[in-house]
Design a protein around this ligand. Structure first.
Ligand code: SAH
Length: 349
């Protein structure tokens, strides 16, 4: 199937950039509206896809300001993206609300992490750069229509493993930074730890200085391997060496290695796990820890999050040990929009 970018690539760069700019322009509803493009080009592109995704269903959380959009792609596949609104304490209540959107990078996911619904559903295909950017454009349009506020942050924590779709994800991030006026620190890429992709981003001059987060979930190699079976041999040695290179490449006050730690009761929440985490984190340079309660998937009640008191007490110990540590409150769990729950379901879990 020929995408419009296949045609667009035949055009000079400045022409493509006119289109990228128009993607985010509130006054442009289609390629035909780009007045800076000559008429013959508008006609040539017009037949091709301006918006490669269509809304299939929008789910609205009753618990909090979270929405999940189920999107139909042009080949019939489906993917989803999440809008999360939380008023930042830093800005006044009258200030415009900033939203975080969670975007998908693949249809399904091949990583097979045991705790994640997306992996259980299997892998279909990579998303194109246009399909990734279109998720941003979809929510931008939605917020404009509903006069609700703006997209403040983009997190690559939807379906898929972004580092397995390296080029499309990188291009999408660069386009958001350049044409949607999104600051590079407003984008977070989360990975289960794809070694090849992590190495590539360090060597790649075009890789933007976005925020990086690793889904760690255990600092004990054998335990982590049980949760994330794709983990290669000697991953922790690799991680320690890699983070040194990361800090050199992305040296700035705003950069750190993000570590996500999801709590599954009785699995990764013991004192032994906490000690291992402190030991590992202290070898990774500037880190920031994000503690996440486990969200149940597939209505499986046998696996539960650790108690919130345990998570809070870890936070205190980690802070005392000198690590900036936040606790992520899950949003949208009633509409299967929380971390790990994305599997294209039409209603709730
Ligand atoms: N493939 C990437 C991005 C998608 S997952 C990655 O693994 O990082 C986004 C985050 O949600 C990851 O930290 C992931 O480990 C976490 N997650 C997955 N399943 C979860 C669940 N059931 N409860 C809470 N967090 C979960």
């Amino acid at each position: 199937m020929i995408g419009w970018n296949d045609v667009a690539l035949l055009e000079p760069k400045y022409r493509r950039e006119q289109i990228y700019r128009a993607w985010f322009d509130a006054g442009v509803k289609g390629i035909g509206d780009i007045s800076t493009l000559p008429k013959d080009l508008r006609e040539k592109f017009y037949a091709l896809l301006w918006m490669p995704i269509k809304l299939e269903k929008l789910l609205d959380s009753k618990l909090d300001d979270t929405k999940r959009a189920l999107l139909r792609l042009s080949d019939g596949e489906m993917v989803e993206t999440v809008l999360m609104g939380r008023q930042s304490k830093k800005i006044s209540p009258s200030a415009e609300k900033r939203y975080t959107i969670c975007v998908s990078s693949q249809v399904g996911c091949p990583m097979k992490c045991v705790f994640c619904a997306t992996g259980r559903a299997g892998f279909k295909r990579n998303l194109s750069m246009e399909e990734i950017v279109a998720q941003f454009r979809f929510w931008q349009e939605y917020l404009r229509e509903n006069r609700k506020g703006e997209i403040g942050n983009v997190v690559f924590m939807g379906q898929g493993e972004p580092l397995l779709n390296y080029e499309a994800v990188k291009n999408a991030m660069n386009i958001l930074i350049k044409f949607a006026n999104l600051g590079h620190t407003k984008i977070t890429l989360s990975t289960a730890g794809v070694v090849a992709g992590m190495e590539k981003m360090i060597d790649d001059p075009d890789f933007p200085p976005i925020r990086f987060a690793l889904s760690l979930h255990s600092a004990i190699p054998d335990d982590r391997k049980k949760l994330i079976p794709s983990q290669p041999e000697d991953f922790f040695e690799f991680l320690i060496g890699w983070s040194k290179k990361y800090h050199i490449k992305f040296a700035s006050r705003t950069h750190f290695v993000g570590l996500e730690y999801m709590f599954i009761g009785g699995i990764n929440d013991s004192d032994r796990h906490l000690k291992a985490l402190i030991k590992l984190a202290s070898k990774l340079g500037r880190v920031r820890l994000n503690l996440i309660p486990y969200n149940s998937i597939d209505n499986d009640k046998s696996v539960k999050s650790a108690d919130f008191e345990i998570i809070k007490s870890w936070q205190q110990t980690l802070m005392k040990s000198g690590f900036t540590t936040t606790v992520r409150l899950s949003q949208g769990s009633d509409i299967a929009a929380a971390c790990g729950q994305l599997k294209n379901s039409y209603d709730n879990r």
